[in-house]
Design a protein around this ligand. Structure first.
Ligand code: SAM
Length: 314
């Protein structure tokens, strides 16, 4: 008889595993997301905008005229649109899977235009300037990828950041939003090393990393995946279509430092759980003795400047 697990997160993993066996699994997932509207609706945009701006402001950085690369651009180009509005020089949006489509791009740009006043208040750019730039990004009747390319925003997917084959020292900023946590540690090491190579002198990385368990449907148990040993989690929680590395904030800081970056700003945004939500007895040995803020972190914001060439993985 077919075994249906009780916990919702386990059923989700089973579904990912089953779909993962099918041909064109990624395409099937994208259609499912399109139908269910889970490729981040409009209400999902304020956090990326606010938090990415916060990272720039806390480090006194500007994207104006800068050559920027994004890792894991996803479905809706809200951060690239934001940076374009703020005068970025060029933006290369990359992803291991091609997810973007014209309807998402259009919805994202319309969101930016509709919220231009609020976004202007968060930046030092006037509402008029933002709107002017964003109107250029609204996809016309032709190919949006070509239209954006002509404006300085390139979309490359599928693209493997571990072996980018891009010229060295050709970027000023490399960033990601909700991506690093989905990448296995071995690949992450190469990505941090590659980032050090691709950044020009004084270039910087800015990663907004979601370090909670996104499979857990219970808000109180967003740390659920830390109950398991690495081996057990790889068996029951990870699969080709949905992988979470469970790295804690200090591991990302170490990755940056090992690859010649100096951390200029980091912040652990808490999950905001009521006191007593964490039951340490339930945690795996690997996590049990970590400070609360490492375990109960929702988003980890990390900005680091390149200070020397990578000395780790070639
Ligand atoms: C949750 S989505 C976030 C997308 C986008 N940054 C956003 O905030 O809407 C995670 C993205 O990371 C991408 N991704 C996963 N593993 C990756 C890897 N090894 N290299 C680059 N991108 C990856 C996925 O394809 C997906 O687009």
């Amino acid at each position: 008889m077919f075994f249906v697990p009780q916990q919702k997160w386990r059923r989700r993993v089973l579904a990912y595993k089953a779909i993962g066996y099918l041909p064109f699994a990624e395409k099937i997932m994208d259609v499912a997301r399109l139908l269910t509207g889970t490729s981040r609706g409009q209400q999902g945009h304020p956090a990326p905008i606010r938090q990415m701006l916060q990272m720039l402001q806390r480090t006194d950085k500007s994207v104006k005229g800068k050559r920027i690369l994004e890792i894991g651009a996803g479905w809706q180009p809200v951060v690239p649109a934001l940076f374009y509005g703020m005068g970025a020089g060029s933006i290369l949006m990359t992803d291991i899977v091609k997810h973007m489509r014209k309807s998402y791009v259009e919805a994202t740009v319309r969101y930016c235009i509709d919220h231009a006043r609020e976004i202007a208040n968060l930046t030092s750019i006037s509402q008029d300037d933002l709107e002017l730039r964003w109107r250029k990004l609204l996809p016309g009747s032709g190919n949006w990828v070509k239209q954006w390319y002509d404006l300085g925003i390139t979309y490359k997917a599928p693209f493997d950041m571990t072996t980018s084959k891009l010229p060295m020292a050709s970027f000023d900023m490399i960033y990601s939003y909700s991506c690093m946590n989905y990448i296995p540690l071995l690949q992450l090491r190469k990505i941090f090393s590659e980032s050090a190579n691709l950044l020009d002198r004084s270039g910087w990385i800015a990663h907004n990393i979601h370090v909670y368990d996104d499979l857990s449907s219970s808000e109180r148990e967003k740390w659920n995946f830390l109950r398991f040993s690495e081996k057990e989690w790889d068996r029951i929680g990870n699969c080709r279509l949905h992988y979470q590395n469970r790295l804690r904030p200090s591991s990302y800081t170490a990755l940056a430092q090992e690859n010649g970056f100096r951390v200029t700003y980091s912040e652990m945004l808490p999950l905001g759980l009521p006191k007593g939500s964490l039951d340490r007895a339930k945690l795996d040995e690997e996590f049990k003795y970590l400070p609360d803020e490492e375990i109960l972190c929702g988003h980890f914001l990390l900005v680091a400047e390149k200070v020397s060439n990578s000395t780790t993985i070639p």
